[in-house]
Design a protein around this ligand. Structure first.
Ligand SMILES: Nc1ncnc2c1ncn2[C@@H]1O[C@H](COP(=O)(O)OP(=O)(O)O)[C@@H](O)[C@H]1O
Ligand SMILES: [Mg+2]
Length: 544
């Protein structure tokens, strides 16, 4: 038997960086293809987030160079604001650090482990630092970043500093043991779907073999900015409340803290809370709030009727944008998009679901069958398919009810985007969405609503087909019947035939195909912009 002293001599603390070094798969660094796509995903989402915050039309250039067997150099460049010198180290070389984690706003990044995770992965596979060029506020910094795993602090090597007129961030990093692949899990598919959900972004990709391809923006219109909201009382726990008490020290009374730190809390609501939990003193200084009191206040929150949280803070992709993107990418026969109204999950977290279905036409030709395209805050989710509430909900729909015999074999693509100030991801790798009744219901309703339109279209088409067949059948008798009647009556055969044809025409007036519902695509003529599916190799001219 080993004595306690011996055991506890082993007792050590670890930093979050050490934790993720041991658990890289949690950040999406597992599998050769997935690891590389994850790196692209992290840098590209950061770039789009940064451009969105700065109100710039994103110009993103992704370059991949093959340096050896399973050895690549990746460059991601954007035209965002860049990162100030004071923060660039932490942004790229410290885990759980960033400008987003603590904010209640719809953004792509949430946790502050994306860029730093890549920096770590690069170092662990190549032993090299990550290089960054940041043009911020008139100065261009070039530097190298490493993470000190023990302290989770960045180690910086400043290389150059000079004035510039440019703005934006370029990150250059190398990886070994990864694989570049033209598959539905590869970089190009990732970028294509990013383009689909962000039609205002121009994304260029330099493939080591195929050269430079550009997914040009199809709209100059920057989508409205999602705005920051305060947490809703129904979405917070006792711990959240204590944290708020600690954070907002300027409020001397609990009542003031509640009214200022959370949404929908008015003086009237505080009065209601006082009645609901009379044992709590709402005039006390929040710094002295105990766990027990916080729990009681939260219980009080459940007893008061609240106005739902503001949901106009969310920005979906939008019906028209999805329609155009679908047309441009797949030239389908039919596109239907539904946008649900915003809802609230766990009582206090606003979210919105939109769904699009593209059917037939180029879908079949492209060999697309029963494809589910998942997005969270406009970010494509390519991995962890089976553990995702979106996949499971879409698969669980009884597609036969919608005249789609077997979902997996139909020329159909279903797009679902979930937008929220807090996406309930299943893990730190952010590739799958956790369920929950509210979210799943909305996904189901959105997809079913779109599916109904597809069904109406398909059954209209089928009916038209049936009628046309019947008509053909009847028309076959006209010749013989007209001839027989002419013999019997002595009238002219042609005259009788014309009359018979008139009767047929009246009865089976040609139905217009697909007149029932939805819009047929007219072969993708609408929307001149992005040909995202068929990114054209660039011919000389630079994009911007
Ligand atoms: N391309 C970029 N432009 C400007 N700022 C960036 C960029 N990439 C990262 N950042 C900053 O670095 C922080 C950390 O990024 P990251 O580790 O990916 O975490 P997250 O995106 O979850 O916040 C971001 O919150 C942002 O402030
Ligand atoms: Mg990020």
């Amino acid at each position: 038997m080993v004595d306690g002293d011996t055991i506890f001599r082993q007792f050590k603390e670890h930093s979050v960086a050490e934790f993720f070094k041991k658990n890289q798969q949690m950040l999406g660094f597992s599998g050769k293809v997935r690891s590389l796509t994850t790196v692209v995903h992290e840098f590209v989402t950061n770039s789009i987030d940064a451009c969105e915050e700065a109100g710039t039309l994103p110009e993103i250039a992704v370059g991949l160079e093959e340096l050896g067997e399973e050895h690549y150099r990746l460059t991601v460049q954007d035209n965002g604001p860049g990162i100030p010198k004071t923060h660039v180290g932490k942004a790229l070389g410290q885990m759980l650090a960033g400008t987003k984690f603590h904010r209640y706003i719809q953004q792509r990044g949430q946790q502050g482990i994306g860029a730093s995770g890549c920096c770590m992965f690069s170092y662990l596979t190549t032993g090299k630092p990550t290089r960054a060029v940041s043009c911020y506020n008139g100065t261009r910094y070039e530097l190298e970043v490493l993470i000190d795993f023990k302290s989770n602090k960045p180690i910086l090597n400043m290389l150059k500093e000079e004035p510039t007129q440019e703005h934006g961030l370029t990150v250059i990093s190398e990886y070994k043991g990864v694989k570049h692949e033209q598959s539905n899990k590869g970089i190009f598919e990732y970028l294509r779907r990013t383009a689909l959900a962000n039609p205002h972004a121009t994304i260029a990709f330099t493939d080591p073999a195929a050269g430079r391809m550009v997914l040009p923006r199809s709209t100059e219109q920057i989508p409205p900015r999602p705005f920051e909201i305060k947490p809703h009382p129904l979405g917070i726990s006792a711990h959240d409340l204590l944290e708020a008490a600690h954070h907002f020290r300027e409020y001397r009374k609990l009542s003031a803290l509640l009214q200022n730190a959370f949404s929908r809390v008015s003086a009237g609501k505080v009065a209601e809370l006082r009645r609901a939990v009379p044992e709590v003193d709402f005039d006390k200084n929040p710094s002295g709030l105990t766990w027990d009191e916080a729990e009681r206040v939260v219980k009080g929150f459940q007893q008061v009727k609240w106005i739902a949280p503001a949901t106009d803070s969310l920005v979906p992709i939008g019906r028209e944008r999805i329609e155009n993107s679908f047309r441009n990418i797949f030239s389908p026969e039919l596109v239907v998009v539904t946008e649900r109204s915003p809802k609230v999950y766990k009582g206090g977290i606003p979210f919105i679901v939109e769904a699009g279905i593209a059917y037939g036409g180029g879908m079949g030709a492209a060999g697309k069958q029963g494809e589910i395209m998942r997005f969270a805050n406009k970010v494509p989710l390519l991995f962890d398919t089976s553990g995702c509430a979106i996949t499971e909900t879409v698969k669980a729909i009884d597609w036969k009810r919608y005249d789609l015999k077997n979902f997996d074999e139909e020329p159909i693509a279903v797009l679902v985007n979930l937008a929220s100030v807090h996406i309930p991801y299943t893990g730190a790798g952010k590739q799958a969405v956790a369920g929950g009744e509210e979210v799943e219901n909305e996904i189901r309703f959105a997809v079913m609503e779109a599916a109904r339109s597809i069904q109406r279209y398909l059954s209209g088409k089928r009916r038209a087909h049936e009628i046309a067949n019947k008509r053909k059948l009847v028309e076959r008798y006209v010749e013989q019947l007209a001839s027989d009647l002419a013999d019997l009556s002595g009238s002219k055969k042609e005259k009788i035939a014309k009359k018979l044809n008139d009767i047929i025409e009246e009865k089976y007036a040609r139905p217009v195909e697909g007149e029932e519902e939805g819009e047929t695509n007219g072969n993708g003529t609408q929307g001149t912009g992005r040909e995202a599916g068929k990114a054209e190799p660039e011919n000389g001219e630079s994009e911007g």
